[in-house]
Write a protein that binds this ligand. Structure first.
Ligand code: HEM
Length: 300
C-alpha cells in the first residue's frame, strides 16, 4: 500500500471529522463524509408536515424568498391549484388577497381574470383597463387579444412599405355581353376579322397622315399604334374595362407610351390580333414602298 494513501485521506479527515468519526483509514474517512449530506434528505421527507423545519437548511430559506415574492401569478391563472393534489410542503396563499390590493379596473374585469391577471400596478400610472404595455406579461394563447390603445405603441407591428397604397380604380361597368370573356370569344375565332377593312385586304403600311384620320369620329374607325403595329380599336371599344373615352385617348396617334403608363401588363397583342391593320411607317418609307410596288400602299 502506498505510503501517501493514508496521508491523503486520513490527513484531511481528522481535521474535519475529529469530533464525530474515527479516521482509521481512507475508506472509513470517505464513508464518513456522506452523513453530512444524508442529514438533509430525511429532513426533506420530514418537511412535509412542518415548514418550520425548513428554516434550518438553506433550501428552506429559499422557500421563504419565494413566499415573499409575487411569483404565484401563473399558479393563480390556471385551475391547477384547485384540482391538483395539495402541496405537501406548504399551501399556496389564497389568490384573491394578492390582487385585491390592486384597485385597477383591469383586475376587476371578469374577462381579464379568466386567463391572465394583470400585474399589480399603481392606478395612477394607467387608469384605463388596457392590459397592453411593455410591462404586461405575454398574453396566453387562450386569452383574447388585448385591445391596443393609442399609447401602446411598443407592441404594435412596425410599419411596412411592402404594399403600395392603391389608387382608386378607373374601371367601368361594362354593358352585358362585353366582358373580357366575351371579347376573348369574339376575337379568338381564327376567322374573325375585326380590322374594319374589306375582306381579304392585306396588312397595310400606315403613315402618320393616314393614322391622324382614324380618330373614331365622323364615321371613321379608331386606329392606334402600339409598338409599331397599327390596330383598329373600334370593335374593342365597348369591351375596354377602362371605358371607351379612355381608349379613345390614343385614337389617331401612337398610344404606346400611354398604354405602357396605365397597364403595361396587358397582353394587347394577343387581345387585338384580329384588329391588326398593318405596320406604322414614315411617309418616306411608305412612298418608297409604293414606288417599288407600283404605288400600292399595302404590304407585300
Ligand atoms: C392607350 C389607350 C388606353 C388607355 C388610356 C387605357 C386606359 C385604361 C384604364 C384607365 C383602365 C382602368 C384601369 C383600372 O382598373 O383602374 C384600363 C383597363 C384595362 N385596359 Fe386599357 N387603356 C388603353 C388601351 C388599352 C388597350 C389597347 C387594351 C387592349 C386591347 C386595353 C386593355 C385593358 C384591360 C384588359 C384593362 C383591365 C386591366 C386590369 O383590370 O388589370 N387598354 N385601361
Amino acid at each position: 500500500r502506498p505510503q501517501w494513501l493514508p496521508s491523503l485521506f486520513g490527513g484531511a479527515a481528522p481535521q474535519r471529522d475529529t469530533q464525530e468519526e474515527k479516521p482509521a483509514n481512507g475508506l472509513q474517512s470517505r464513508h464518513a463524509a456522506p452523513p453530512a449530506l444524508v442529514v438533509q434528505q430525511p429532513h426533506d421527507a420530514n418537511d412535509n408536515n412542518d415548514e418550520d423545519d425548513g428554516q434550518s437548511t438553506p433550501k428552506a430559506s429559499a422557500t421563504l424568498v419565494v413566499d415573499s415574492a409575487p411569483v404565484p401569478i401563473l399558479a393563480l391563472s390556471e385551475p391547477e391549484p384547485e384540482s391538483a393534489p395539495k402541496p405537501k410542503i406548504r399551501p399556496l396563499p389564497p389568490p384573491v388577497p394578492l390582487f385585491s390590493a390592486a384597485p385597477t379596473t383591469a383586475a376587476a374585469s371578469p374577462s381579464n381574470n379568466l386567463m391572465m391577471p394583470p400585474p399589480p400596478r399603481p392606478p395612477t400610472l394607467r387608469p384605463t383597463p388596457s392590459l397592453s404595455s411593455s410591462l404586461a406579461p405575454a398574453p396566453s394563447r387562450l386569452s383574447p387579444a388585448p385591445a391596443r390603445g393609442p399609447g401602446c405603441s411598443t407592441l404594435a407591428p412596425p410599419p411596412t412599405h411592402s404594399t403600395k397604397p392603391s389608387k382608386p380604380s378607373k374601371a367601368v361597368v361594362l354593358t352585358p355581353g362585353h366582358s373580357p370573356l366575351d371579347w376573348a370569344r369574339l376575337s379568338g375565332n381564327p376567322s374573325a376579322d375585326l380590322r374594319g377593312l374589306p375582306t381579304g385586304t392585306p396588312y397595310l403600311r400606315v403613315t402618320p397622315t393616314m393614322l391622324k384620320r382614324q380618330t373614331g369620329r365622323r364615321g371613321k374607325d379608331a386606329w392606334t399604334v402600339l409598338s409599331g403595329k397599327v390596330y383598329n380599336l373600334t370593335p374593342y371599344l365597348p369591351f375596354h374595362p377602362g371605358g371607351e373615352p379612355e381608349l379613345l385617348r390614343c385614337a389617331g396617334r401612337d398610344g404606346t407610351r400611354l398604354f405602357g403608363e396605365i397597364h403595361p401588363w396587358v397582353n394587347y397583342e394577343g387581345m387585338l390580333g384580329a384588329c391588326l391593320v398593318g405596320i406604322f411607317v414614315t411617309e418616306e418609307e411608305a412612298a418608297a414602298a409604293a414606288a417599288g410596288a407600283g404605288g400600292m400602299e399595302d404590304m407585300d
